[in-house]
Design a protein around this ligand. Structure first.
Ligand code: ADP
Ligand code: MG
Length: 318
């Protein structure tokens, strides 16, 4: 199978939204009047972002999911994406399930594959997504204000739980592991929640490197600090088989969660809960933004917890 057969067979479909489909030098998109284009890229490298054992269907899902998660964090509606793919060999047994997983999630979000690039090389998947958001309404990292509530969607720490089982530092009952593994390999981008939070949230970010690290980006750009109630936070991971310290570590610094962390004024609590209900996404209040910089961890009684957690950094020295 040659390069162009491969593209035709697995990635080319009738064009829908874009004016020009796969096959020309550029895809042409027509953004709607009054909308801003939201653009983001994420790259997945074998051995670094996923294990060679991952099912290709799930990998196709994940490659797009991590990109849609960035659109979600901006409150943008997905429109289209491009796929740059480096493959060691053109194997139908891999390409077929990979493209099925990818395009199933694309269809679920009405997000059209409009182009890309294909080359031989170590397995690497780079997707660029395009979304739209009404002018001036994108959720930014810079809008958190002292007094705002801090929220997290869904669950945290499950991907880390599965990773530790793969690493052999943890053993779990089969069904607990399977559930955690699905969260690691097929994360759910919180697109509907992000869109529902337009005009309500003051800031948002998607959690890819751990809550503390990613919240740190909001705090840095918002010039603020935060308090986290570790008891509320810990309840984001229900794991009877974990000791309290590990559970908190995975929640606060697990990574690969693709949930949203966001802030909203206390006066908007009802609006936040409606946005959560309307988007079918669980949301939990886990703390508050403060004027004093830094992140303060407290237990259920408000007592300070002194512990440091490292967030993920590809270029950090070991
Ligand atoms: P170019 O020579 O301009 O790099 P290519 O020959 O690489 O273009 O690609 C031919 C067409 O196929 C282009 O429209 C490109 O966007 C599309 N394409 C290439 N690889 C992929 C892919 N993995 N998924 C979707 N479209 C692709
Ligand atoms: Mg090319």
């Amino acid at each position: 199978m040659g390069e162009f057969d491969l593209i035709d067979r697995f990635f080319k479909r009738p064009t829908r939204r874009n004016a020009l489909g796969i096959g020309d030098d550029c895809a042409l998109l027509s953004p709607a009047v009054g909308m801003q284009l939201a653009v983001s890229s994420d790259m997945l490298v074998e051995g670094r972002h996923f294990l060679p054992t991952i099912d290709p269907f799930r990998l196709g899902h994940k490659a797009l999911a991590v990109n849609l998660s960035d659109l979600a964090a901006c409150g943008a509606k997905p429109l289209a994406f491009t796929l740059a793919l480096a493959l060691p060999r053109a194997e139908e047994a891999w390409l077929e399930p990979f493209s099925r997983g990818l395009l199933a999630l694309a269809d679920a979000h009405d997000c059209e594959l409009v182009g890309g690039d294909t080359t031989r090389g170590p397995l690497t998947i780079c997707i660029t997504v395009f979304g739209e958001v009404p002018q001036g309404q994108a959720l930014l990292r810079s809008g958190a204000r002292a007094g705002d509530d801090l929220y997290v969607s869904g669950t945290l720490g499950q991907a880390r739980l599965a990773l530790e089982v793969f690493r052999g530092t943890l053993s779990l009952p089969a069904e607990v592991f399977e559930a955690a593994r699905v969260r690691m390999e097929q994360p759910t981008p919180r697109v509907a929640l992000g869109m529902a939070l337009r005009g309500i949230a003051t800031s948002a970010i998607d959690i890819s490197d751990g809550l503390l690290g990613d919240l740190g980006h909001i705090l840095c750009l918002s010039s603020a600090g935060a308090l986290i109630d570790t008891e509320s936070a810990a309840s984001l991971l229900s794991a009877d088989t974990l000791d309290a310290d590990r559970r908190l570590e995975y929640v606060l610094a697990g990574g690969d969660d693709y949930e949203l962390a966001f802030t909203a004024p206390a006066a908007k609590r009802e609006a936040v809960m409606s946005a959560a209900a309307n988007s079918g996404t669980a949301v939990r209040r886990v703390g508050q933004i403060e004027a004093a910089h830094g992140i303060r961890l407290v237990d259920g009684t408000g007592r300070a917890i002194e512990r440091r957690y490292a967030s993920f950094d590809h270029f950090a020295s070991p």
